[in-house]
Design a protein around this ligand. Structure first.
Ligand code: PMV
Length: 326
């Protein structure tokens, strides 16, 4: 039996603007996906016969990446993430699957997180018609605080470059990490609106807006500047300022039309206990995130306002092999 865990992610700054070449900052969260694999006499997923066409991420990793030809596998998945909520659940699944399969076929190898991030990105691109940014898979694999941008910003450590042939041509990203000081007393609380977040539709909506009103590009540029200043404050552990930058980012996200009444409802419910709060991911539905010193209270406020909370420590670890229990 081989078992691996990969975390979900939360975008702190830069969603949508990253599509136009600005940087985005994401952190791994504690919740994620655990995949267990063991050899068996028939292929199964969660006790049911495994149908490759219904699970493109898993079958891409098995067939295209590993070219697996061993005995049938029994695959089990445990997820503590809301799906279609902008928390990177498919990236976490791809990464956990890749890590568990690596452990099964070559238990002596050490987990190479960059190869895993590339593997996960390839699975995401394959499942999304060739269009996928490496943000979710890189953050889930590497853990901590990850910056995705055109080139590695000052004060960050360059980790690897990602390239993808998309239907619109070749795209390139630089993936860097930011070392953040130990943060003991600040948490992230995510609030899921319960509404699926259609990333493709939201990205298309922003593109339409920019075509009809090119002056809105100044909001995208402003998000880029807020992202750089948020990044500087994060590196120095100045969480009050990080929260302020999150609020400013939310103002700009509203102006490009990606917030929603449900997101605004959860953001305003948590405001008085948050250092900052904003939508995270594509918007429309999905999740908001609060940066707070009082996670219990914020989680209660989210529940009272009709959302589903998820509390996480700040920038927890990346993908890992889970040791077998004796
Ligand atoms: O909601 P998510 O995790 O799919 O994040 C989307 C982030 C966008 O910037 C809106 C799109 C992208 O490809 O970066």
């Amino acid at each position: 039996m081989a078992r691996a865990f990969a975390p979900g992610k939360c975008i702190l700054f830069g969603e949508h603007a990253v599509v136009y070449g600005q940087p985005a900052v994401a952190v791994s969260i504690e919740a994620g996906v655990e995949v267990s694999i063991s050899e068996s006499n028939r292929w199964s997923l969660e006790g049911m016969p495994f149908e490759a066409s219904k699970h493109p991420h898993i079958s891409h990793i098995l067939n295209d990446i590993f070219q697996y030809s061993g005995p049938p596998l029994e695959i089990d998945i445990k997820s503590s993430l809301y799906s279609a909520a902008g928390l990177g659940s498919s990236a976490a699944l791809s990464n956990a699957m890749g890590a568990a399969l690596q452990e099964l076929v070559d238990p002596e190898s050490t987990l190479d997180l960059i190869s895993l991030a590339r593997m996960g990105h390839s699975a995401e691109a394959n499942a999304q018609k060739g269009r996928a940014s490496p943000t979710d898979t890189a953050t889930s694999a590497l853990g901590g605080c990850v910056v995705v941008s055109g080139s590695s910003p000052a004060g960050t450590k360059h980790i690897f470059d990602a390239t993808l042939e998309t239907p619109e041509g070749s795209r390139n990203w630089s993936i860097s990490k930011v070392e953040i000081p130990e943060i003991e007393d600040v948490w992230l609380v995510l609030g899921f609106t319960g509404i699926g977040s259609p990333t493709g539709d939201m990205v298309a909506g922003v593109s339409e807006l920019l075509k009809s009103d090119p002056l809105k590009m100044k909001e995208i540029e402003a998000i880029g500047e807020i992202t750089y200043s948020g990044l500087r404050e994060l590196s120095s552990g100045n969480m009050e300022e990080v929260g302020r930058a999150m609020n400013e980012c939310q103002e700009r996200l509203r102006k490009i039309g990606v917030s929603s009444p449900e997101l605004e409802n959860l953001i305003s419910a948590t405001e008085s206990h948050s250092l900052g709060a904003k939508l995270t991911g594509a918007g429309g539905g999905g999740c908001m995130v609060s940066l707070t010193r009082n996670p219990q209270r914020v989680a209660e406020c989210i529940e009272i306002a009709g959302g589903r909370p998820l509390v996480s420590k700040f920038g927890s670890g990346g993908a890992r092999i889970v040791a077998e229990e004796n």
